[in-house]
Design a protein around this ligand. Structure first.
Ligand code: IMP
Length: 427
């Protein structure tokens, strides 16, 4: 019963989309289990280049059922646009299923996301502005509306009436902006319901059947471990959990059925938005990595902060996810650098520490302690066999894996599906 969770191991944008697309042809089911359209998964395959926000990256494999799980917050406008765009480009979406338990992003979530950011002033999180925080807050506050409710207009009307009255009070009295019209929102969401109806259903039974048949299930993560609300750089985090444990909760598969956890790491670090990042490079090397790798957000277009690989953060990420294998992405980006640095400790208030502090004020003060390795300074994008990588490149990834304490499964040397080196099987 192989169930493999594919997890962002850093601050997101590690290349999970490519990894899932690559593995999906063998999978019976791919379930996206957390986040919302704050995620941007870029997939480049023989059908072209695609930027997915909500639909699982397994959608290009015709025999794979793709589930948007209960742990995802869905903006129906974005989802319908994504379905239409895929269909226009000849990608079949009839294998897509939406969990009836998935929460919906409503227009007031998007408004409140930007109003709350404004309210925070200098302490703004730098969110993607997609309404993610307010939607997940409503989920736990029991003020959410779920995909299943779109199937019954009377239930939708009743719930929206009470919730929108409350949200309008906040919009007008706290933020002093105009209220939203009940009729407009209701009409719009009834229309979404009509279009999304064929996709919405109960999903745990499909997973149970696949488990009984011993078929491969992939649990597709979104964002990255260090953006987790519990273990990330709180409050500079997202609002749903990107961890392997959420792969169980956000899909409805029992935790003891997960057989493998693939941690996806870039061979350097990036971060979008505010919050501490100990190895951030604000010099020419950071700019070089950003421009070579085109490190700009898929969702917002914002420049990503770039830095050296942080092995302290990586080991912490492994501790809380239980990685069984690593996928390293974007090795080719480092091809031209004469030397590379890896953070192997932090200097904090005169002491050397080897853990990732929970307190972000302390993390802000952490100065990285680096180990330096030689670069390889030859192209790697054409290489498909591990032994053909330059010895310095092998030395670099082996050291990263050693410090992270997990074996490597894949190394990516370019964005295309086949630009991948298999080091050892995933299970
Ligand atoms: P939110 O998820 O839009 O609320 O944003 C909260 C924080 O998570 C911000 O720093 C965002 O930049 C970051 N974030 C959210 N989604 C992603 C992602 O897919 N990749 C990288 N950062 C993300």
């Amino acid at each position: 019963m192989p169930v493999i969770a594919v997890i962002g191991a850093q601050w997101g944008d590690e290349g999970k989309g490519k990894v899932v697309d690559m593995l999906a042809k063998k999978a019976r089911v791919v379930v996206r289990f957390s986040g919302g359209d704050n995620a941007g998964h870029t997939v480049i395959n023989p059908l072209g280049e695609f930027s997915l926000h909500l639909i699982p990256s397994g959608i290009f494999s015709s025999q794979t059922t793709c589930i948007i799980g209960n742990g995802v917050a869905i903006n129906p406008t974005v989802l319908l646009k994504e379905i239409d765009q895929l269909n226009q480009r000849g990608v079949d979406t009839s294998q897509l299923i939406i969990s009836d338990r998935a929460h919906l992003i409503m227009p007031y979530h998007i408004l409140l996301d930007s109003l709350e950011e404004k309210w925070r002033g200098g302490q703004a999180i730098g969110t993607t502005g997609r309404g993610i925080g307010p939607a997940f807050a409503d989920k736990v506050a029991r003020l959410g509306i779920r995909a299943g409710e779109l199937l019954d207009k009377e239930i939708l009307r009743k719930q929206l009436r009470f919730i929108l009255d409350y949200k309008n009070a906040i919009l007008t009295k706290v933020h002093e902006v105009n209220p939203l019209s009940f009729d407009e929102v209701y009409r719009q969401y009834c229309q979404y319901g009509e279009r999304l109806m064929p996709y919405i259903r109960e999903t745990t039974e499909i997973l149970e059947t696949a488990l009984h048949r011993d078929e491969l299930i992939l649990l597709e993560g979104a964002q990255g471990t260090l953006l987790d609300p519990d273990f990330g750089t709180y409050p500079y985090t997202t609002s749903s959990s990107p961890l392997a444990g959420e792969g169980s909760l956000g899909s409805g598969i029992s935790g003891n059925k997960i057989t493998g956890v693939l941690g996806v790491f870039k061979v350097y670090c990036t971060r979008v938005g505010s919050g501490p990042m100990p190895t951030e490079l604000t010099d020419g090397t950071g700019d070089l990595i950003r421009e070579t790798a085109h490190e700009y957000g898929t969702t917002t277009g914002r420049a990503r902060r770039c830095g050296w690989f942080d092995a302290i953060a990586a080991r912490f990420s492994n501790r809380i996810n239980g990685f069984t294998r690593i996928a390293f992405t974007r090795l080719d980006i480092l091809d031209t650098l004469p030397h590379l640095k890896i953070c192997v400790g932090y200097q904090l208030d005169g002491k050397v520490i080897d853990f990732f502090p929970a307190n972000i004020a302390a993390l802000e003060r952490c100065q990285p302690i680096y180990e330096e390795l030689p670069g390889w300074q030859v192209p790697t994008t054409h290489i498909r066999q591990y032994q053909q990588l330059p010895p310095q490149a092998r030395q670099y990834v082996e050291r990263l894996a050693e410090l992270t304490t997990c074996p490597i499964s894949f190394i990516c040397v370019g964005p295309e599906r086949e630009q991948t080196i298999e080091v050892r099987p995933i299970l």
